[in-house]
Design a protein around this ligand. Structure first.
Ligand SMILES: Nc1nc2c(ncn2[C@@H]2O[C@H](COP(=O)(O)OP(=O)(O)OP(=O)(O)O)[C@@H](O)[C@H]2O)c(=O)[nH]1
Ligand SMILES: [Mg+2]
Ligand SMILES: [Zn+2]
Length: 318
């Protein structure tokens, strides 16, 4: 029978079988997915086949169905291995905060460029609006209009105040992501009354998160809520994930990076050279647009930082 992976913790994988029963599973020894060097052969969101053990409680995962999509991050900066955060997702809710902790625009841009490469829609959700000063609120408005002008959906919420949560329809599978301490688990708890997953205050000294959530896990939204177009029979779920620091680039050629920055892609088509990297080439329309303020400097700097990753790779001989 088949089911969906809801949690991976140590060597045990939790699978919700199609008939609604949960099983603790091991992955069949030799089984690995070809062509993908990852630290985890199975990820939250995977549809799998399982064979139940004679004890009737545990099971063996014997097959992973083809993935509709997946989102990965590098296991570490120097590693060629990657870690699959989740698979078969309908959207990412990227939680960001202007303060406590401060999410950098570089992080936002790298994240949304990577999601663009995987064709996964991102909703940028600004959290902790309750602690922002008037100046910070202005900065928030500025960032929202920047990203909305690029065609991204944005929200501004306070997860501590559940009545402020107008997130729009969350049908299907939504991945919650963002730096540690931005309030992913707090938001999850607000959306699923009674859940009570662990959250923690951010560090007073560094104003950064404490990496409270340590593995990805899928939680089901209450039936009938947040369901668009009456698809009540479908399971709607959120995946809470550990906070991430950086976001690396994968298998991207330098010429490709610009494809995932929407405005750079569209302006870049007017450049003199079709393989223009928009750094210092003559007649580069992107450089011109940055100078004239038609492309935000923060976006261009994020683009350059992603190009820079590739240079580092070259110098390391990878
Ligand atoms: N003021 C304020 N604090 C919030 C809000 N949302 C979350 N917090 C607080 O921020 C801290 C971190 O929240 P968590 O939900 O643990 O953050 P997380 O993103 O799950 O962090 P990791 O699991 O470490 O990745 C907690 O003390 C929350 O109470 C908010 O909207 N406003
Ligand atoms: Mg958490
Ligand atoms: Zn150019």
């Amino acid at each position: 029978m088949s089911g969906v992976v809801t949690k991976i913790s140590g060597s045990w994988t939790t699978v919700l079988r199609d008939d609604g029963q949960f099983f603790l599973c091991k992955v069949k020894g030799s089984f690995r997915i070809k062509g993908l060097r990852t630290t985890n052969p199975v990820a939250v969101g995977d549809n799998v086949d399982i064979t139940v053990s004679p004890d009737g409680e545990t099971a063996l995962i014997t097959n992973v169905h083809p993935r509709r999509n997946y989102i990965i991050r590098k296991a570490s900066n120097l590693s060629k291995q990657s870690h699959i955060l989740a698979t078969n997702i309908d959207r990412v809710l990227l939680l960001v905060t202007l303060r406590n902790p401060e999410t950098s625009t570089t992080f936002i841009d790298r994240f949304i460029a990577t999601a663009e490469a995987y064709r996964i829609p991102v909703v940028i959700c600004f959290n902790k609006t309750d602690i922002l000063s008037p100046d910070e609120m202005e900065e928030l408005q500025h960032l929202r209009s920047l990203y909305e002008s690029l065609g991204y959906e944005t929200r501004a919420v306070s997860a501590l105040n559940p009545s402020s949560l107008s997130l729009g329809p969350l049908d299907g599978l939504t991945l919650l992501s963002g730096n540690s301490g931005v309030g992913k688990t707090t938001l999850l708890n607000a959306l699923i009354p009674g859940l009570g997953q662990k959250t923690a205050e951010i560090s007073e000294a560094h104003l950064t998160g404490m990496h409270t959530t340590t593995f990805s896990e899928m939680f089901f939204l209450p039936a009938g809520e947040n369901v668009a177009d009456g698809a009540a029979h479908r399971m709607n779920a959120l995946i809470d994930t550990p906070g991430i620091k950086g976001f690396g680039t994968f298998d991207m050629e330098p010429e490709e990076v610009g494809h995932y920055f929407r405005e750079i892609f569209s302006v870049g088509r007017e450049c003199r050279f079709s393989n223009c990297l928009h750094v210092h080439e003559p007649n580069c329309q992107v450089c011109k647009a940055v100078k004239e303020g038609r492309i935000a400097l923060s976006r261009y700097e994020s683009y350059l930082s992603m190009l820079g990753d590739k240079d580092e790779g070259k110098y390391r001989g990878t």
